[in-house]
Design a protein around this ligand. Sequence first.
Ligand SMILES: C[S@+](CC[C@H](N)C(=O)[O-])C[C@H]1O[C@@H](n2cnc3c(N)ncnc32)[C@H](O)[C@@H]1O
Length: 343
Amino acid sequence: MAVSGFEGFEKRLELHFFGDDSLSNINNNMGLRLLDFESIEQVLRAVQCIVVSAVGNHFFDAYVLSESSMFVYPTKIIIKTCGTTQLLKSVRPLTHFANKLNLKLCGCRYTRGSFIFPKSQPFPHTNFKEEVIYIEENLPKNLVYRKASVMPSKNPCYSWHVFAAGDQNHRKKSNSDVTFEICMTELDRHLARKFYKKAGDCKTGDSAGKEMTVLTGIDDINPRAFICDFAFDPCGYSTNGIDGDRYSTIHVTPEDGYSYASFECVGSVYDDDVDIVETLKKAVQVFKPATVSVSTTSNSREVWTTVARAMEPLGLKCRTFAMDEFPAAGTVVFQTFTAARRK
Ligand SMILES: C[S@+](CC[C@H](N)C(=O)[O-])C[C@H]1O[C@@H](n2cnc3c(N)ncnc32)[C@H](O)[C@@H]1O
């Protein structure tokens, strides 16, 4: 393992807002999507990253960032950043800009895995306790239902950190959404090489990204999705998929010694199980990692079986299973897997 390298493990923040319905109708149901680009840039400056590309459809806007991704829906924003970004510094400016649009924060969820290089993380990400103190200090008082938890794994390098907060109305997660967050390490070396630009390649980040999307089979994970991809120099890759009101996203740090890839997508507990099993399988097969962790957030306690059905045929053996309930987020299930050949 390298002494220090790029931190692939992302921090992920999801904020929910509510507004006066008559006002949001006046705003054509655009809500947070009306945030001007200058305000977005100001938020991202606090986090220490920038937008590298953006697309939108009828339902939401998807941004590829210099360090991962951001998705903006009318009343929900998801920001996922890696490296040494200071993601939690976005909470206060985002709440401020949303208030100007008459939107009030009503729910917050922060999740992350265990950093590969924890000592390189700046404040407030130096440790989970510090993160929780910081986020609590920056949340409005109406978010009274709060819970923080570290979900353990057999291997202490792979715990899952969760903080969720909600107000009285956001207390119980009553919708059918499922969020899958997959973190993969020790990628197959041959496959990881595909996320390096060719020597002397003068392609732009966009065109090199497109080439990688096809070469690696990422375009086949969800053939219905519109893809917005970007290749970094000399290596690294990020992509957002847009399929109706659903996003998916992939990020790759291919460097040997600390290789890492993540796949995240949303679904519904009413989706056909076969489809989601296929999607998860295809995403993991792009990288053939030695270790995989999967976290699902939903209102279902059964979704772990879907994950197991996807991982086990790939020769990945379940090593850890943890489940916890969060008043403002629902049920979080955390599973870790390792390639059966490695213990
Ligand atoms: C932003 S991407 C994907 C991040 C994602 N969280 C991950 O690790 O899977 C990170 C990869 O791009 C590379 N990279 C090259 N230039 C970069 C830049 N300007 N900013 C961030 N990453 C860059 C890093 O070395 C790393 O391999």
